[in-house]
Design a protein around this ligand. Structure first.
Ligand code: BT5
Length: 266
């Protein structure tokens, strides 16, 4: 594993990206950022890599990205947040990424609960949060972000489900411009929500995610639930009506297996 340490990327936002650890190859930027967070790295510290040998998704899944064509990075946050509000953080990150990507490529982005971003109904980005909690408050959160930027060929298991900004727009995207736009957007959202309360992200997120009223199929542990989405709870859970009763499911436990396709946003 080779490492270099960059003091700061030109033009990056004041706190997010004020310190960037850049790796050619690493197992997972989230693993590295977790170690740094445990050593009191400052909020906004970023770990970015050209290649991950063990890129992680949620629930033990894998993130696959061709080296040198995409963005795979992690940001350390230290939000002043009770632990029960932690599930709002993926929604804020999705909104921050969506706004930045829309500004760079001038296309509509959709968010899919809890942590996916879609273009033309296909996934181009995912978010993996890993956090530490002490005394019922969030100690730190590592926000891992994988974005398919210029990749045009995907392995067979992702074919038809994955896309990239390049595939969606037909043109290569400057990764550094996108990276800086995302850091700035995330910092702007984060500062606003830290002041107003993270629950304020809900209407913003819903404006990117026409999910309410849709039929979904969800895997939770060993069982499968079918139901209608009634909304997102104030703590970021999916409110599902199933079998005549409402229940709230959280991202740590569930995967949406199937959902009616999203309609295009205007
Ligand atoms: C995610 O998990 O979508 C979170 C992905 C987070 C990746 C970043 S990269 C930087 C940081 N360091 C890490 O080690 N991870 C983070 P999940 O919702 O579980 O989705 C994973 C699933 O998405 C896989 O099982 C595949 O089906 C699919 N997938 C894998 N790679 C993909 C890709 N490049 N594009 C679209 N889908 C992909």
């Amino acid at each position: 594993m080779s490492t270099t340490r960059e003091p700061r990327r030109e033009g990056s936002s004041p706190r997010f990206g004020s310190k960037v650890y850049t790796f050619q190859t690493i197992d997972s930027t989230n693993n590295c950022a977790r170690v740094l967070a445990g050593c009191w790295a400052e909020e906004g510290t970023v770990v970015i890599a050209e290649e991950q040998t063990a890129g992680k998704g949620r629930l033990g899944r894998t993130w696959l990205a061709t080296p040198g064509e995409n963005l795979t990075f992690s940001i350390i946050l230290r939000p002043d947040l009770p632990s029960e509000e932690m599930n709002l953080l993926p929604l804020f990150v999705a909104v921050g990424i969506a706004a930045a990507v829309e500004s760079v490529i001038s296309m509509k982005v959709q968010c899919k609960w809890p942590n996916d971003l879609l273009l033309n109904g296909k996934k181009f980005a995912g978010v993996l949060m890993e956090g530490a909690v002490s005394n019922n408050a969030v100690d730190f959160v590592v926000v891992g972000i994988g974005i398919n930027v210029n990749q045009t060929l995907f392995p067979p298991e992702l074919a038809g489900r994955a896309t990239s900004l390049r595939l969606a727009t037909g043109a290569p995207i400057d990764r550094d411009t996108l990276f800086r736009a995302i850091l700035l957007s995330l910092e702007t959202e984060y500062d606003a929500l830290s002041a107003s309360g993270f629950h304020q992200v809900l209407p913003r997120w819903l404006s990117y995610a026409p999910i309410v009223g849709r039929q979904v199929t969800i895997a939770q542990g060993g069982s499968v639930l079918h139901g209608t989405v009634k909304g997102i709870s104030k703590h970021g859970g999916l409110i599902l009506e199933t079998g005549g009763e409402q229940r709230v499911v959280f991202a740590g436990d569930v995967t949406i297996l199937n959902m009616e396709p999203y309609a295009a946003r205007n």
